[in-house]
Ligand binder design. Sequence first.
Ligand code: HEC
Length: 158
Amino acid sequence: MKCFHPLLLLSAFLLLSTSCKEKEEKVDPIAEKPKAPEVTISPEEKRLKEANKKLGWIMQDMEVPEYKLDRLLKKGEFLSDDFMKYANEVIKNARKLKEIDHPDTKLVGLGKEMLTAIDSLEAAVASKSPEKLKGSWGALTKKCAACHKDYKKGGGGY
Ligand code: HEC
């Protein structure tokens, strides 16, 4: 056979062009999406991660009442309804710390110190004494700051 049938040539051309296209389409996605590396997380790491996540939630819930209390104290409004409301919110949230199974014993220790100061704040709220409220809030925020110094990244708050 000396010459090729035109149909044969056409189909050969089509075959070649589609196989080239296929090649392009196949190569790109693979290059763009490398397979995610297998992540293995140890039970210790998981416990730490879980605990820090829960700690972050508690802290987030304290942001507003902490700010409000601070403002009210600066204005000298110790015994307003708002003051009592926000003080109770801080107390309630801070005590959730007890539910966290945190592997870092130093952090747990700092948390316990804060909880003792929370008990004093609660007693001060019950006493309705401005001096006690001012004193116990001052003592409490020192405990907040002590933990933040070592464990909280970024600025703001105590
Ligand atoms: C046992 C350690 C510890 C104690 C005690 C502690 N904190 Fe925190 N706090 C943290 C850590 C850790 C973060 C950072 C959390 C994060 O970014 O996930 C944080 C963050 C915060 C934030 C920022 C939250 C946010 O979402 O940006 C506020 C507000 C806060 N704490 C308030 C308080 C107050 C008020 C007290 C005391 C009544 C207190 N914390 C006591 C560890 C502590």
